[in-house]
Design a binder for this molecule. Structure first.
Ligand SMILES: [Zn+2]
Length: 466
């Protein structure tokens, strides 16, 4: 009988990995890195619960590292099959995976220097070479049409509206002449966004896996433009810097879009904007290329002629480390956008180390901050955060604009689910912290009266075919 096993994002947000098995074949849906607490990070290092060489294929919903960042490790440990992804996801991964590997290598080097690693000698989780090997195994699948992987598995992706090239998947599992339809939500995006499309909704599922990142709450109401204008203007008046940890993919472009709008409307002063992420620069180019994945160009063409919608008044896109370091001397007021979005690593760390002690400055949080990350510590009002082995005092203001989230809030998830016509045999809630998982579980049981389960890490379920 077909089976599904929850190898990640079970009881937690990160590490998405779902193993579907049928007819002696193994398909892994997503292959994400665990991120956040020490305990979660440790899982990336543990022996994988099945032999990676025994997996036949990997299929990806979208490029975020918590859905793809374990691929180089899987490949390093013997997985040699194809990795299926749509063209935009493939291109994003070819930026994100080597970057992730580079960070792993840097961190290991840094830990060796500072002698704070639990591994002696400190090792990277994987190398740039392993990330390149993983990229060799990518095979592009159509953006929206059905695709047959094997006699057991065929897939039809749909737009999930979450980043560039995101999908939720209808996976048809065929075994003994019977078919079972399993829907994987991937990460569900927002409705009525300026850049990305609305998520399409599933209409049928025998089994359904639903992400629950914001399963217990809605995003606050209020206009992003108003809030952003307020934060930028107030900080500029104090003569401070607005420092924004932001994912290079999509969050950075969305911020640039809003800042550009506010500049056009003269609602914020013209400040230098430093986009300190080579990745963000490359991703911005991909928006130009993969127009089928967003509505940016059309919207702007209608409104203001054929101008680059992300072109700010004074923007500095920094690629080199030297240029990045020079931003430390940048005179405020200014705006600095850099990755990673949860301040777990990357260039944002040295900007935070430099600006957090300055009471004129603002740290603006615009995305989900997982438990155990520096971003969450700031969100929770920490007086100090550890950066590069030192305790940095938090004197800057910390402001959150939850409206900028790339994840559907609770009502939006329920809206997304509401198109399903007949109750699935089972709905599994994944990709959430315990409160998010329980919140969505209870809401779905109350509203739709569906069978609902919150699977545990490594738990397996048999998928019965009617
Ligand atoms: Zn995502």
């Amino acid at each position: 009988m077909a089976k599904i096993t929850f190898l990640g994002a079970a009881g937690t947000v990160t590490g998405s990995k779902y193993l579907a098995e049928a007819g002696g074949k193994r398909l892994l849906v997503d292959c994400g890195l665990f991120e956040g607490s020490k305990e979660l990070n440790q899982r990336n290092w543990e022996r994988f619960s099945i032999d990676p060489a025994s997996i036949d294929w990997v299929l990806l919903t979208h490029a975020h590292i918590d859905h793809t960042g374990y691929l180089p490790r899987l490949v390093g440990n013997g997985f040699h099959g194809p990795i299926y992804a749509n063209p935009a996801t493939h291109e994003l991964c070819s930026l994100l995976l080597p970057d992730s590997a580079h960070l792993q290598e840097e961190e290991a080097e840094f830990a060796a220097k500072k002698k704070y690693s639990s591994h002696t000698p400190p090792l990277p989780l994987y190398t740039v070479a392993e990330s390149q090997q993983a990229l060799q195994q990518f095979r592009e699948i159509p953006r929206a049409d059905g695709f047959t992987i094997s006699p057991q598995f065929s897939v039809r992706p749909h737009d999930a509206g979450h980043i560039l090239g995101p999908s939720w998947l209808e996976l048809t599992i065929s075994e003994n002449g019977k078919q079972t339809l399993v829907v994987f939500s991937g990460d569900v995006g927002r409705y009525d966004q300026p850049i990305l499309n609305d998520p399409e909704s599933p209409t049928r599922a025998d089994y359904l896996l639903c992400e629950s990142t914001y399963g217990d709450r809605d995003h606050p109401s209020g206009s992003v433009a108003d809030l952003l204008a307020d934060v930028v203007s107030r900080t500029a008046k104090r003569g401070g810097a607005v420092v924004i940890p932001a994912f290079a993919v999509d969050r950075t472009q969305l911020l640039m879009y809003y800042l550009r709008e506010l500049e056009d409307q003269q609602r914020i002063p013209h400040l230098p904007v430093y986009v300190d992420s080579p990745m963000a620069i490359n991703v911005t180019d991909l928006y130009e290329k993969h127009r089928e994945d967003h509505k940016l160009q059309f919207r702007r063409e209608e409104e203001s002629g054929n101008r680059d919608p992300l072109n700010l008044h004074e923007v500095h896109m920094t690629r080199s480390v030297e240029d990045s370091k020079k931003i430390n001397d940048a005179v405020s007021p200014c705006i600095i956008i850099s990755a990673s979005g949860m301040a777990t690593g990357g260039r944002i760390l040295h900007h935070l180390a430099r600006r957090l002690p300055d009471s004129r400055s603002t740290v603006l949080l615009v995305g989900y901050q997982a438990e155990g990350t520096r971003g969450r510590a700031l969100q929770d009002g920490a007086k100090y955060v550890g950066i590069f082995g030192e305790q940095v005092p938090v004197r800057a203001q910390v402001v959150e604009i939850g409206q900028l989230s790339a994840h559907a809030g609770k009502s939006e998830l329920l809206r997304w689910l509401s198109a399903v016509q007949a109750p699935p045999r089972e709905t599994f809630f994944v990709h959430g912290e315990p409160s998010g998982l329980q919140g969505l579980h209870d809401a779905v049981v109350a509203q739709f009266r569906w069978n609902a389960t919150i699977p545990a890490y490594l738990q397996s379920f048999e998928l019965s075919a009617v």
